[in-house]
Design a protein around this ligand. Sequence first.
Ligand SMILES: [Zn+2]
Ligand SMILES: [Zn+2]
Length: 554
Amino acid sequence: MTSSSLWAIPLGGLGEFGMNMLALRYADDIIVIDAGLMFPEAELLGVDIVIPDVTYLKQNRDLVRAIILTHGHEDHIGALAYILPELNVPVYGTRFTLALARKRLEENALLDQADLREVLPGRKVEIGPFIIEFIYVTHSTIDCVALAIRTPLGVVIHTGDFKMDPTPTDGAPFDLHAFARYGQEGVLALFCDSTNIERTGFTPSERAVWPRLEELCRAAPRKVLVSCFATSIHRIQQVVEIAASVGRKVCFVGRSMVDNVEIAHSMDCLHIPDGMVVRPQDLKNYDPLKLVILASGSQAEPLSSLSRIAVDNHRLVSLEEQDTVILSARIIPGNEKAIYRMLDHMFRRRALVYYENSGGAIHVSGHASQEELKMLQNLVRPRYFIPIHGEYRQLFRHAALAHQVGAVSGEVILLEDGQPLEFTAEGAFRREPVSAGRVLVDSGSLEEIEEVVIRDRRHLSEDGIVVPIIAIDKHTGRVESQPEIVTRGFIPSDDGSEILNGARGVILRTIEQSNPEEKMDWGVIKEKIRSDLKRYLNKQTSKRPLILPVILEV
Ligand SMILES: [Zn+2]
Ligand SMILES: [Zn+2]
């Protein structure tokens, strides 16, 4: 590696949706942009989250200077708690982004050691040979930035996630001028978000959801339940204002919803008129005609508020006939089955359920569509263009779009995770791949990250695997026989039968304590069994085997 070259090393998010991470290296200095996670696909049952393989960073531990966050979505900050113990470097981000990161680190008892440094859009920070300007961009959460990174070889722009919202709800527009300014000066490379490359036209403004949401809240015959991402502060703001305008109060339900509302409110990023909020414990006696409940769990995460409400297993919220449910969020590919199953439960309760846009938008995307992507290329006019944030087909199509636009003076380059690119005075060159990939994590065992790396089978070989097999009668929801438990490499040699008997007891108890609808919903019941069994086995054996419940319909 010659000292006068710049390297870009994608470690995640190029070839999959999520776990975004890109390293930039100049001589002996490395900065890392984002540290995201991705949620496992169904076939990875038994795994809580997926994070990028950071072997390359660990091998160059002494050179890593900082992690820079573009915004607070999980696919950009979610791996911090797993990576910081390995690489304790300063973390830069805007106020709201750092507040979300801080919460995560606190939950994992990592906050004391963390060095979080707040940045402001429009300002610059110097880290080694890099001077980084934070450029304000609009997206589905607040306080998002793109990065313009001045290096000895030229300026590199990383867009983070963005759309060009001309009428954002908080009045702070996408900073077109900054991109144009760098374009004028000359940009070496543009790394650009590809999430919405398959959509033509412009992504509608966040304000586009107002009319339909207002109409539904006004016309609702009973209470309204809106679910969106807990980070969608603009959406939450609009729902609060709509509720006020139709004479309803709001109630926030679900841990992430309550936490994020509190954070955004304390930072003055979310405005809630006095007397607007009903506490969840007061819901029972509140007039349903005067209520809008905002709940997290729009992706039907098995133990989330919305999933529990759908199967009538929420302590404080129940869904009645004629209640209105609005899913104001994208159905993320991979979650369709779970979400539709959750909606089925709601339809069974005769709720009025609205999902996907019909009769007006109830959700708009936070990512740029084709026309915005074209406009950005025209503003920045980079020498090299590298699509990021997408599965391969999206990166490919984004590259094709760049060829079509013709604003790239040098080369359009398709990279995937682990494929480094070296920029020198002569050009840009692909180099030998570095190790990269997915690391599967079973959360709750953060202390020793080595223990939870399943990739290299250490986890399996040390802690083993436990497969409980449960036969449930599809119609009665009854367990038909004693659960069977198959284990490999888990049971200690002395006496396993006692532990397994206990585990059977745990399974039976979990099922017994579930209501009929939960029992019919394999996704929910498996997740409940998995989490209860995990706790039990860890307590009994201090091991964390991989647990993969199997349910047989009889
Ligand atoms: Zn993202
Ligand atoms: Zn995002």
